[in-house]
Design a protein around this ligand. Structure first.
Ligand SMILES: C[S@@+](CC[C@H](N)C(=O)[O-])C[C@H]1O[C@@H](n2cnc3c(N)ncnc32)[C@H](O)[C@@H]1O
Length: 248
């Protein structure tokens, strides 16, 4: 079968939850824990979250479990991922909604928190900028946007640090193989699949840097933005407020 004829995430969906925490490095799961901890609401508070590029909705599910009256809309373009997302979050009833939509033109409904994890590197710089504008417009006055993704910092980040990061990730994969969570063959197949999808133009990725995000947040009209957590390239940024209004 020619893998390149299928959608990248559609083909990966069934193994995604098991393999992503292995492939994405040791800090992917810690980053997800951190995003949930960064939500500045009490367990019984009523607030609205939109997760963009939710995949199998791991973060949405974690939020729905941790905050018993929060409402979450989980958005993705891949039906195969959304089937798994639905299996996780539909038990939360009307607090959870799955939306199949493309982030390029999705009108984000009014909400208190927008979250996106490991999805925005699939958007071109222009599309990222437009999405961030829509995200800011959708947020309530005290709302926040959290972005977690692999982001480089140009400043003093070069081959030695890149190699250290790679070595750390390889050691993590090796330890997962050693305990039987995956196999060398499965990892090799996964990378080969990724390469074939890249060659076919079906897994397009952009290397947005932290500096690019600062610029985009500013242009989108956010009043404030900051890196609030990072381990090597995996970074969480928060953006809030408005550069137009007085929200002192
Ligand atoms: C690497 S997965 C991340 C999934 C999940 N957020 C996580 O942290 O594990 C990227 C997800 O973004 C989705 N995605 C990429 N481009 C998209 C777009 N233009 N519109 C909607 N979803 C998109 C993919 O379908 C995929 O489910």
């Amino acid at each position: 079968m020619n893998n390149a004829g299928q959608s990248y995430f559609g083909k990966l969906a069934d193994s995604y939850d098991r393999l992503q925490p292995i492939i994405a490095g040791p800090h992917y799961s810690t980053g997800i824990d951190t995003i949930v901890k960064l939500i500045a609401y009490g367990a019984g508070d009523d607030f609205r979250v939109v997760e963009l590029g939710c995949g199998t909705a791991t973060i949405s599910d974690r939020i729905l479990n941790a905050f018993r009256t929060a409402h979450v809309i989980a958005v993705d373009t891949q039906p195969e991922m959304l089937v798994l997302a639905a299996a996780k979050i539909t038990s939360h009833g009307c607090r959870a909604k799955i939306v199949e939509a493309n982030l390029l033109d999705y009108e984000i409904p009014e909400c208190d928190i927008v979250i996106s994890s490991f999805a925005l590197h699939h958007l071109s710089p222009q599309d990222l900028q437009q999405l961030l504008i829509r995200a800011r417009e959708s947020l309530s006055t005290d709302g926040y946007l959290f972005v977690m993704d692999s982001m480089r910092m140009d400043h003093n980040w070069n081959k030695h640090i890149a190699r250290l990061n790679r070595t750390l990730n390889e050691a993590h994969v090796r330890s997962c193989i050693d305990v039987g969570d995956t196999s060398e063959q499965e990892i090799a197949d996964r990378w080969a699949f990724k390469r074939s999808m890249k060659e076919a133009g079906k897994d397009v990725e952009y290397k947005h840097r932290v500096e690019d995000y600062y610029q985009c947040f500013g242009k989108a009209g956010f009043g404030e933005c900051a890196v609030v957590w990072r381990t090597f390239s995996i970074t969480i940024m928060v953006a809030a407020g408005s550069s137009c209004g007085d929200d002192s």
